[in-house]
Design a protein around this ligand. Structure first.
Ligand SMILES: Cc1cc2nc3c(=O)[nH]c(=O)nc-3n(C[C@H](O)[C@H](O)[C@H](O)COP(=O)(O)OP(=O)(O)OC[C@H]3O[C@@H](n4cnc5c(N)ncnc54)[C@H](O)[C@@H]3O)c2cc1C
Length: 400
């Protein structure tokens, strides 16, 4: 039996990926008394992750390579991951009874391939005697010399330590700002994008594998690759999410579009020229649809008023150029982000004001931040959840 006076009385605001995981780790120590505030069920934000399979990490041991996947937070995470990397995380999950496997693209999933199962597996470790879940929304957080005071819609509660783990959509930014923290303007990231060339929306449902894309912001050129998907009102997929992440702070509009250039096939200009030459008696449509989807080339043919049924030999020089360019360097103009499509939020609590070795505020002792509420966000591939597991673990080390 632990004496009441020897308890560390800790509040965790938000019981999603980071807050939930931290609570699991904290509860292992009977000298911690953990109270998690969340109107949602613990870990329920995991449910939609990885399309219901929970892509919980990425299998890369080289930390310098790993952190390149975070447009914001790279340096801070170098320090965090040096103590808690993906390998150690998977070992910790194993110890909690959750086995994981690496997919061919290096993404890590639970053996169950189920977000619901990982949620219930993690929850099993939560409901110990020293854990309490208060299903209330925190509306204010203040402190005096002695303690922190948490105000919810229903009551007020006192704690020695407070961890803010409210993610990118909660009101943790406001709570942190009220305690003197600087918040980097939150922006949607990993979003689907709207393009000026609406003709391509006719391709709804069509995907392209391993597309190489490039674009410029100011003078800096960015290259990225991955799959893309056309929908009835957007372009989406890992490659597009990466672009949206790198351009999260760009003003994009019809008047100020972001031009992206994409390679839709691995064939070179010369190789396509040769295919056209070798099949000069076939129709333009038949020749091109032998190496790109027919509907895709039809969009280009219609847009440029080129007869799809004429022989390839009859293509004029400029027509040939247009068609080849549409495959090897398709130019699309992004004019906006699709509202509410974001997977994560860029921006958040300024990392300069948080100690990467402890997750403690440099402004206020006893206050901690973990997960997406920090100004950290990564590409798709398991990087955002890895941030949650690692920052939660580092924070838990203060209460061992
Ligand atoms: C559709 C989708 C799929 C995704 N798939 C993946 C994936 O496969 N891999 C990956 O790495 N990442 C993925 N992500 C991103 C990942 O889920 C998030 O980065 C991660 O959940 C952030 O964890 P967090 O604990 O910081 O915040 P959250 O998990 O969002 O948890 C925050 C919690 O705080 C609570 N809260 C907020 N404000 C308050 C308040 N005032 N009082 C009380 N409680 C509060 C919320 O109810 C919530 O439960 C996905 C995101 C989405 C939307």
């Amino acid at each position: 039996m632990v004496q009441e006076s020897t308890y560390k009385n800790i509040a965790v605001i938000g019981c999603g990926a980071a807050g939930g995981f931290l609570s699991v780790l904290l509860c292992k120590n009977p000298y911690n008394k953990v109270t998690a505030f969340d109107i949602k069920e613990p870990f329920s934000t995991l449910l939609p992750t990885g399309g219901g399979r929970c892509n919980l990490s990425y299998d890369e041991d080289d930390l310098k390579e790993f952190v390149k996947n975070y447009p914001r937070g790279e340096k801070f995470l170098m320090s965090v991951f040096s103590k808690m990397d993906q390998r150690k995380t998977r070992k910790l999950f194993y110890d909690l009874g959750i086995k994981t496997y690496v997919q061919s693209d290096k993404r890590v999933f639970p053996d169950s391939d189920s977000s619901a199962k990982i949620m219930s597996d993690l929850k099993k470790h939560l409901y110990t005697d020293n854990f309490k879940h208060i299903k209330e929304k925190v509306i204010n957080l203040s402190n005096n010399v002695k303690e922190f005071v948490i105000q919810t819609e229903k009551g007020s509660y006192k704690f020695d330590y407070v961890v803010i783990a409210t993610g990118g959509r909660g009101n943790g930014f406001l709570l942190a700002r009220n305690l003197g923290h600087k918040i980097i303007d939150p922006k949607p990231s990993l979003t689907a994008l709207d393009i000026e060339e609406k003709d391509f929306y006719k391709l709804s449902g069509m995907g392209f594998k391993n597309v190489d894309a490039s674009f410029k912001i100011g003078k800096k050129k960015y290259n990225c690759s991955g799959d893309i998907l056309f929908t009835h009102k957007s372009i989406s997929g890992p490659c597009i999410f990466k672009i949206s992440s790198l351009a999260a702070y760009e003003e994009i509009s019809l008047n100020n579009p972001l031009e992206i250039e994409m390679r839709m096939s691995s064939l070179t200009d010369e190789e396509i020229e040769n295919i056209i030459k070798e099949n000069s008696r076939k129709t333009v449509k038949n020749v091109f649809s032998s190496f790109v989807p027919e509907n895709f080339i039809m969009v280009e043919l219609e847009k440029n008023k080129i007869d799809s049924n004429k022989q390839a030999a009859q293509l004029k020089k400029n027509e040939k150029e247009i068609l080849i360019n549409s495959i090897t360097s398709l130019k699309l103009h992004v004019i906006g982000r699709i509202k509410d499509s974001e997977i994560v939020t860029a921006g958040g609590v300024d990392l300069d004001e948080v100690n990467s070795k402890t997750m403690e505020s440099k402004i206020l002792n006893g206050l901690y931040f973990i997960g997406e509420v920090l100004n950290i966000d990564g590409f798709t591939g398991g990087f955002n959840l890895q941030n949650c597991w690692s920052t939660a673990y580092i924070c838990s080390m203060n209460f061992n």
